[in-house]
Design a protein around this ligand. Sequence first.
Ligand code: BGC
Length: 736
Amino acid sequence: MKKKQIVQLFGLLVFSVSVQAVAKDKNTPLYKDAKAPVEQRVEDLLSRMNLEEKIYQLNQYTLGFNNNINNLGEAVKNVPAEIGSVIYFEADPQLRNGLQKKAMEESRLGIPVLFGYDVIHGFRTVYPIPLAQACSWNPALVEQSSAVAAQEARMSGVDWTFSPMIDVARDGRWGRIAEGYGEDPYATGVYTVASVKGYQGDDMSSDKRVAACLKHYVGYGASEAGRDYVYTEISRQSLWDTYLPPYEAGVKAGAATLMSAFNDISGVPASANHYTLTEVLKNRWKHDGFVVSDWDAVVQLVNQGVAADTKEAAEKAFMAGVEMDMTDNCYQRHLAELVNEGKVPMQNIDDAVRRVLRIKFRLGLFDNPYTKEVKQEERLLLPQSLRAVEQMAEETIVLLKNADNVLPLSGAKKIALVGPLAKNQADLLGSWSAHGRAQDVCSIYDAMTREFAGKADIVYAQGCDFDGENRDGFAEALAVAKNADVVVLCLGEKRGWSGENTSRSTIALPAVQEELLAELKKAGKPVVVLLSNGRPLELVRIEKQADAIVEMWQPGVAGGKPVAGVLSGRVNPSGRLAITFPYSTGQIPIYYNQRPPARKGNQGRYQDIPSTPLYEFGYGLSYTDYKYGTMKLSADKVKRGGKLTVEIPVTNVGGRDGLETVHWFINDPVSSIARPVKELKFFEKQLIKAGETKVFRFDIDAERDLSFVDSDGKRFLEPGDYYIIVKDQKLKISVE
Ligand code: BGC
């Protein structure tokens, strides 16, 4: 026997002896001892479980949408006491506590149920959609929003959120682009870490924290042509360069769980992908939590052409590394049989159950299985949470155009407020808004009326609906516009136009909205277009006609207040695009970090449209001006393993305080695997008062920031020249 094996065996013996000793000591099973280490509790419990009990832990059912209090018992009756997890659709803890009581008291071993739910950008206090959050370049606000969501969710009976959604996405036709942090892998990784910290804190057993779930692992954002639920064609190189980095960051940050995606990855579905789920996630990254399938993702392996029936689907997903089956019952129906037939080894079952139990222990569910029932006013829509939403929403707003400084609206006495979104509340919530309610949202109209009280009158006309052929409201809107000093036109998307299963063939707004703008132009007044949407838009025709364009995204319950602040000048916009706005849909996919083309200059360009986007990644205007000083390096050579610093002074030369974000890019012009023209490696946002200069600094760690990965994720740092890029400045450094 090898020395290592003898040591392991000895360790095992000592461990089992100590397990029994502690158990005897307390006269209660070790797993019920709150003071015992989690790993020991897991092993003790696992050793007491039979196969049926183990398999129950690997299944998730649903519970909720039950608005009849008399049926509470009925809903609980239908869920087995031994079930591992449920998706919990309620906003109050009573139903949860009812099922938990059943689990604790009626199952043989008293294993608590894990309650999960889609808390994507808030529970009741709905935050701006994640794509908007990314435009704030303020990860601290993302962490804060996740912490508020966690507090509301946990206090309402939810232990586990199916968030953050960290699929890098570059196709605005795909509706789920709204749920992620944009097109850049590094930025998505930074926001992932912030969000995981906000959800989980340092201690998931706190009654204000939840377990996070990184989804959808992996490559879902590459869904072909923006269609949902389809295949993706992703080379291993792109998988490592683009789609895996945010997951690696999230796993390192301690994310408790991941969700396996619907898409197939070049022929092997993400939910049956041994390479990504086991080789990478468990073996290399050492993730010790569990993977839940997306809804029906196991049974869908049959549709996807890799399993003949539900039994084979269960085998493939489970053996690839999906520990929990969300709702489709394949594991419940087939895992025991697969074990008995020797197709699924018992040690894999044990490993899977161990992972699920570990998270339940870390969440403190064995020791505190019930949620305290406190009044909604004490846990939802707390004043400090509402203030935090507003602050975040202010920083997500991107000023796209401001011809002749038409904004802020200083001298206007009469403002025509027009458009399908002007008095709308529900659509400002965005997709996946959990328990958010339209009535919690301040409409743009109400916000403008309050913001401009005593300064300007707000006159309203709807003009048209979101889509359709009806132009009857145009005349009234034009009359209102003629009578005003300035027109504020609120255009955009309904909340149901983005999110899951909401692909669109074009990212332009419906013709009726663009025509309303053309009609209003006839009034001869400046027109400010406010946009609320869940994807990048094709704005080429709008850009030509609007004097100013403000991208306010879907701000959640903050509604129109932040944008009204931008219009009045109370808020100086500081958002920058985290996603490229193409010139037109035909440019898709277009993103800033493309690899260099074979021919330069005018070759390879579109013949009918420009080849550059309308608004590039990182774009956004302010009410003040910044002057960038000269970038300086601490050294222009660095050794492997070495570090150096690069700094740039930025002066606010305008008349207003402002928040400025510096994006630091690198470029490796010659390498064994071609690198993108530039790659974001660091960003920072600072407040710069009018007249003040702030120094922005990027500490470059050669191994971390200048290296790249091969198609199996191995990191390389090649000697040679690299460039550090900020705006139009470029400095060369050499790696020796
Ligand atoms: C979505 C997931 C979500 C799950 C549970 C699925 O259809 O793709 O993002 O977490 O449903 O609601």
